[in-house]
Design a protein around this ligand. Sequence first.
Ligand code: 6PG
Ligand code: NI
Length: 187
Amino acid sequence: MLFPEGVAIDGISGEVTPSTDRYTKKLSELSGLFHDAAAFDKVVAEGGDPIAYEVVDYRKQECDICFGTTIMMPGQVGGEYFMTRGHFHERKDCGEGYYTQSGEGLLLLESREGEVRTVEMKPGICAFIPPEWAHRSINTGSEKLVFVWFCATDAGHDYGTIRERGMRKLVVERDGRPAIIDNPNFA
Ligand code: 6PG
Ligand code: NI
């Protein structure tokens, strides 16, 4: 049986207490994600394979909703900002919310039909991700980007689609600011 409880979410560190699960993605685990493969190898080797992001869950299999945080480090690979893998949800009826607590970023979304949208990520903004929109978060700032996500417990992740063909747009730094450009490698 499940019992109610208060879960502490630290908006700066992203720590969830109590949490049920967590994982860390080191930059080397994101091989193939960034446009500039040579720059990627260099940042991994010279930067000591830094952590790119961490995900902390509060998830009970017996309950339909869950939440957690994603903690994204700042950084760049060949001018492209650190980002998450990006995914569609497996369940076609499952959307998601992303409430940013600290830092700044851009949420890059792409529908199954190929429409691209972005939503600014900054404290106080909760991004609505409709079902059937792939979503990737990008830390465009110089601090950690911390956001709370909430979705269906069994929404599932389809990573394959984005891994195989990438997303239509890249987010890169141009003149010290984020710019959204066409992905020349989009298959
Ligand atoms: C989810 C959320 C979120 C996401 C992380 C890491 O569906 O579970 O969108 O928790 O998984 O921010 O992003 P990737 O899963 O794309 O690596
Ligand atoms: Ni998701």
